[in-house]
Design a protein around this ligand. Structure first.
Ligand SMILES: [Zn+2]
Ligand SMILES: [Zn+2]
Length: 215
């Protein structure tokens, strides 16, 4: 098996590269892969903090825009592309789905994803949306990390596991109220219910007598 060191057209002639190809700090999520190279086994550690974009959220909770996304990633050059593994750590804020109190948390999430090289077997045998791709000399981490975060956000976040929510009558937070908190209306309703229940329910045995066995 021949050593697979794919030739990259244009790589040896820097004069032909457009000046903006390096995109210095234009997009911090785009990782320049030229430092890593394409020799399988080459490794690059990536420890950095990048401000979160605005859309890393679901309805009730998300990463505040501009909050620091801590990345502890390792890029590894493999035959088919670049394997990204590691961890990301982000703050999330939102509101409790039951009582609407503010919710704050941190998420630490594992990341593992292969970005396929253009022209690799993986890319050729995968549907467009099945595999992430290296784009030229760059790898865009943002869509992967956004998916990782957004898919792990709870649709119904809670302030505490046992949050009792709001009182349906006065709208106050039940956890802030005494345990015997109640309203007249509620009491009357219960009284009416129990009364009706008591008059309509008959304690007799339903059904007919069992048919005797005939032979
Ligand atoms: Zn709550
Ligand atoms: Zn109440």
């Amino acid at each position: 098996m021949p050593a697979a060191v794919p030739h990259r057209s244009g790589a040896g002639s820097p004069g032909h590269r457009p000046a903006d190809a390096r995109r210095p700090a234009a997009n911090p999520w785009k990782i320049d892969l030229r430092e890593l190279g394409r020799r399988p086994g080459a490794l690059q550690e990536l420890d950095r903090t990048i401000p979160a974009p605005a859309d890393w959220r679901v309805e009730l909770i998300g990463v505040p825009e501009g909050a620091g996304v801590d990345l502890h990633l390792r890029l590894e050059s493999v035959m088919e592309g670049v394997l990204v593994t590691g961890e990301l750590d982000v703050p999330v804020t939102g509101s409790c789905a039951r009582c609407l109190e503010p919710v704050e948390d941190r998420l630490s999430l594992d990341v593992q994803e292969l970005f396929a090289y253009e022209g690799s077997t993986t890319e050729a045998t995968s549907e467009e949306d099945e595999v992430r791709r290296v784009e030229g000399d760059f790898l865009d981490l943002e869509p992967l990390l956004r998916d990782t975060v957004v898919l792990s956000l709870p649709l119904a976040p809670v302030c505490t596991e046992n949050c009792a929510g709001l009182c349906v009558d006065c709208g106050q937070r039940l956890d802030d109220l005494p345990a015997d908190h109640a309203h007249e209306v509620l009491d009357q309703r219960w009284a009416a219910l129990t009364e009706r229940f008591a008059t309509t329910s008959s304690p007799g045995t339903p059904g007919e007598n069992p048919t005797p066995e005939e032979n």
